[in-house]
Each structure stands twice: as C-alpha cells, then as structure tokens.
Design a protein around this ligand. Structure first.
Ligand SMILES: NC(=O)c1ccc[n+]([C@@H]2O[C@H](COP(=O)([O-])OP(=O)(O)OC[C@H]3O[C@@H](n4cnc5c(N)ncnc54)[C@H](OP(=O)(O)O)[C@@H]3O)[C@@H](O)[C@H]2O)c1
Length: 310
C-alpha cells in the first residue's frame, strides 16, 4: 500500500517552535515488524530534552527527526514473520526509533502486547516510558512490607505509577508533591508531603522510624536529600539526576541497557485492567497540537500523563 500519513518532525535542535506535523510517506513494515495505526501516543520530558539538544552526547539525532516512544493503536499491516500479530489487533507498545507521534508507525512485533479491553486508548498510549521507568525504579530499591519509601515528583508521569507500585509491594510510601496533588496521593494510600524549604524535617516527622529507600523521579537535589535522610546508596534510585548518581554511586534503573520490554508492559496493562493501577490522564491533544502538548508538559506540573491522539 502507498500514500502518505501525518507524523511529528523537526529539522534542528531547539524549542517547541521547531516541532511540526508533516505529510510523510506511508511506512512499510519489514521482517518481524507491523504497521500500527496509532490511536494514542504519550509524551515525555526526555523527548523535550533530546529535541533541545541537551542529550546529544548520549542520544545523538539525525534530521529530519521524528519523535516519541509510547504508543497504542490497531495493527494495520503485518510484515513477514511477525506471526504474533494480525490485522485489527489492538496493541500497546513502544518504538525505539523516535517515531510514535504519527498516524502510522512501524513497530517491531516483539515490542507490542495486546491491549486489554478495559484499558482506555489514552492510558494505553501513555504507558510505556513512564510505566517502564516506574517499574524499573521500584524494583531496583526493592521496597518491602514494613519499610518506608519516599518518592519525589510523586504525582507526575513516573511518580504516580511508582507510588502505586511501591504500595503494592507493601511499603509505607511518602510522596513529595504540591498541595494540589495531596488528595490524589492520599486516595492511593500515600502519605503526602509538600516539597520545598523544610522538606527534610517534614519527611522526618512523617517517618519517625526512618526512611529505608528513596526513588527520585525529579532530580535537582533529591539524591542529596535521600543521603541526608540516611538512606543507603544501594537503596536510592534516580531516573533524572545522573550527575548525582555518578558522584554518590546511587542507582539509575532502568538504565538504557536494562529497559523493561513488552513483558513489563503486559504486566502493567493487566494491573490497570484489574483496577489495581491508575494512570491519571492530565490532557489529550490532537496530533496537530503537538506544540501545545509540550508547552503544558514543559511547565513540569503534569499530574500523570499528557497524550497525543493522532
Ligand atoms: N531514566 C528513565 O528511564 C526515565 C524515564 C522517564 C522519565 N525520566 C525522567 O524522569 C523525570 C520525570 O519524568 P515524568 O514523566 O514523571 O515528568 P512529569 O510528569 O513532567 O513530572 C511532573 C511532576 O514533577 C513535579 N515537580 C515539579 N517540580 C518539583 C520539585 N521541585 N520537587 C518535586 N516534584 C516536582 C510536579 O509536581 P507538582 O505538580 O505536585 O508540583 C509534577 O507532578 C524527567 O526528568 C524525565 O526525563 C527518566
């Protein structure tokens, strides 16, 4: 099949203004790949950092660049050998080619998992990056029953999932968030604590027996805060502050080489379908409003996920 479809593109590093939606050639699935008609594609701060050129030393770019990892959609075409998929399947997945923010995207079949009927398109499409990060971070610090875990940016894309997964492991969870997110956190069994001046004392008051583990999903001083609370380095994980991680030897799971795959996506989707995990959706934008979507994201006060709906 030939023709064109719409996809997010940019030609140079820069601010939100470099983003545009282009008509591109319809992609063709190769061996082991399928073509997915995208119903929803989540957006993430890492994409903004890559677009700004801030991560070119780790993740180099070629131009024109596409954008996006998260996706959920309907299989439109199956390449040779992609026998696990059929046309019409509803799937959740991820692209490692910065290409998911598009009407049509080619994906390796092994990076897809079936979308349970109970999981909405928005939630499915925003699940991979934040879900894999939350899953990897929580598993790396191994929270246990009777322990206390602190999570920074506890109501954000990654944090909102990390607090719920740590609670499911049986730990007491303290979530650092602005006051506007405290009711949501309390509703999920999390002790809500405001960040900012005096946060160390507020955490100590909320955890009189001490803090066993710390998951930093924000950066900018939370690794130092965890150390000041007496948390051992092997039970501190940051997904955002790699300079502090290198300085102090704390964990950075899931690192680029240990990123969870489709099996974790399937486990997360099952938890959502069974009502054990909530992915808050802050907003959904049409693909044409990709700039507005990143404008909201880059204010860095999103509760849960922002999703594009091509
Ligand atoms: N290594 C990886 O695999 C990986 C994967 C995904 C994301 N990340 C990184 O992890 C970070 C978080 O990603 P995300 O998608 O969760 O971002 P996000 O959804 O944009 O995070 C927004 C949250 O940050 C909170 N926040 C803002 N200022 C804060 C502060 N000073 N202290 C504590 N919380 C604050 C906000 O809280 P309030 O609204 O309550 O103020 C909001 O809930 C980003 O740096 C991202 O690049 C890494």
């Amino acid at each position: 099949m030939t023709g064109t479809s719409k996809a997010v593109r940019y030609d140079e590093f820069g601010g939100i203004e470099v983003l545009r939606v282009d008509e591109v050639e319809r992609p063709v699935p190769g061996d082991g790949q399928v073509l997915v008609r995208v119903k929803a594609a989540g957006i993430n701060p890492g994409e903004a950092a890559i677009r700004a050129g801030a991560m070119a030393h780790i993740f180099p770019s070629t131009f024109p660049s596409g954008q996006g990892s998260d996706l959920a959609g309907i299989v439109a075409e199956v390449g040779a050998g992609a026998d696990s998929c059929s046309v019409g399947d509803e799937v959740i997945g991820f692209s490692e080619k910065r290409s998911s923010q598009a009407e049509l995207v080619v994906v390796d079949a092994d990076k897809l998992t079936p979308k349970p009927r109970e999981v909405s398109w928005e939630v499915a499409g925003g699940l991979y990056v934040a879900g894999a990060a939350a899953w990897g971070a929580v598993h790396s610090v191994r929270p246990d029953k009777g322990e206390t875990v602190v999570v920074s940016a506890a109501a954000g894309g990654v944090g909102s999932l990390a607090v719920q997964l740590a609670r499911r492991a049986g730990a007491t969870v303290i979530g650092l968030a602005g006051a506007h997110n405290h009711a949501w956190l309390r509703g999920h069994g999390v002790i809500a604590v405001e960040y900012g001046d005096g946060v160390l004392d507020r955490i100590k008051a909320a955890a009189p027996d001490g803090v066993d583990a710390f998951i930093d999903t924000h950066g900018g001083g939370y690794v130092e805060l965890a150390l000041a609370l007496g948390v051992p380095v092997e039970r501190i994980d940051t997904i955002a502050d790699f300079a502090a991680a290198a300085r102090y030897g704390v964990l950075t799971e899931p690192g680029p080489n240990a990123r969870p795959g489709a099996e974790v996506l399937a486990a997360l989707a099952a938890l959502i379908a069974e009502g054990h995990l909530e992915v808050p959706i802050a907003n959904t934008y049409p693909l044409a409003q990709v700039r507005q979507a990143y404008t909201e994201l880059e204010r860095r006060h999103t509760h849960g996920k922002i999703v594009l709906a091509p």
